[in-house]
Design a protein around this ligand. Structure first.
Ligand code: NDP
Length: 256
């Protein structure tokens, strides 16, 4: 392996990695050599994900820690658990997220707040807990999983659009405060990726053909499409990349 991308000896925490994009990113980081901690709220699903991944790696390389990223105390406890039981946290991927599709005129404030807290506040809470450990060490990588909705707006997903736009700017705010302490904080902004979150859109013939027409690459993305960029951002190969949001969207955001 090119030593620039070798993550051997590093510890990574990927939030929301019991399935979908987070799980693919966790696997990619492990394949690059990192010891990876999986996370989710559903303990049964998390245990199953850990067992299935652990079978492919040396003992102790895949761990898991269930906690709710929207809760301040849980975020602190989760990061402390990693530091005490696995090793100093080198790489945090803020990936956990949800979506809620309702026209804004019918949207309850509870649902607004649930999406904002899962898709935006969580990155502040887990990011701050991680940075409190990383800043004194003078190194650390934080990768926020944003979305093309940070730059575009689809109807019926207002809190998601607001949260992802906020997350893009939070990536810059974290850079403004922590880059001088040796931390690198960047984001990736995926286009439409086929996962459980988007299964109903894949199944919707009209939406599906709209996506294929709207995406220059003429296909849905896969979680695997995001693996290379995240390994690169987690590695020494991206040593002078700070505060960027990299769109991985088959060209969706560069054509009209
Ligand atoms: P999935 O719905 O497939 O997976 C979501 C993951 O987040 C699960 O592991 C889930 O855990 C976890 N999660 C949800 N709430 C919490 C919480 N409060 N605390 C801890 N973990 C939580 O989603 P995707 O894989 O599709 O999406 C992952 C990320 O990528 C999200 O941030 C999403 O916005 C973003 N994204 C997705 C795109 C897509 O097209 N799919 C496009 C652009 C961005 P559990 O199993 O316990 O519920």
């Amino acid at each position: 392996m090119n030593p620039l991308f070798d993550l051997a000896g590093r510890t990574a925490l990927v939030t929301g990695s019991s399935r979908g994009i987070g799980n693919a990113l966790a696997r990619a980081l492990a394949e690059a050599g990192a010891t990876v901690v999986l996370n989710g709220v559903n303990a049964e699903r998390l245990d199953a994900a850990e067992a299935s991944m652990a079978a492919d790696f040396a003992a102790g390389r895949i761990r898991s820690c269930a906690f709710d990223v929207t809760r301040d105390a849980d975020a602190g406890r989760g990061v402390a658990w990693v530091e005490e039981n696995v090793g100093p946290l080198d790489i945090l991927v803020n990936n956990a997220g949800i979506q809620h599709r309702v026209p804004m005129l019918d949207l309850d404030v509870e649902d607004w707040e649930r999406v904002i807290s899962t898709d935006l506040t969580s990155a502040f809470l887990v990011g701050r807990a991680a940075a409190r450990a990383m800043v004194p060490r003078g190194r650390g990588k934080i990768i926020n999983i944003c979305s093309v909705q940070a730059d575009l707006a689809r109807p019926t997903i207002a809190p998601y659009v607001a949260a992802k736009g906020g997350l893009r700017n939070l990536t810059r705010a974290m850079t403004a405060e922590w880059a001088s302490s040796g931390l690198q904080i960047n984001a990736i902004a995926p286009g439409y990726i086929h996962t459980e979150m988007t299964q109903n859109l894949v199944d919707d013939e009209q939406f599906n053909s709209w996506i294929l027409g709207r995406t220059p690459a003429r296909r849905w993305g896969t979680p695997q499409d995001l693996a290379g960029p995240v390994v690169w951002l987690a590695s020494d190969g991206s040593g002078f990349v700070n505060g960027q949001t990299i769109f991985i969207d088959g060209g969706m955001t560069v054509v009209v």
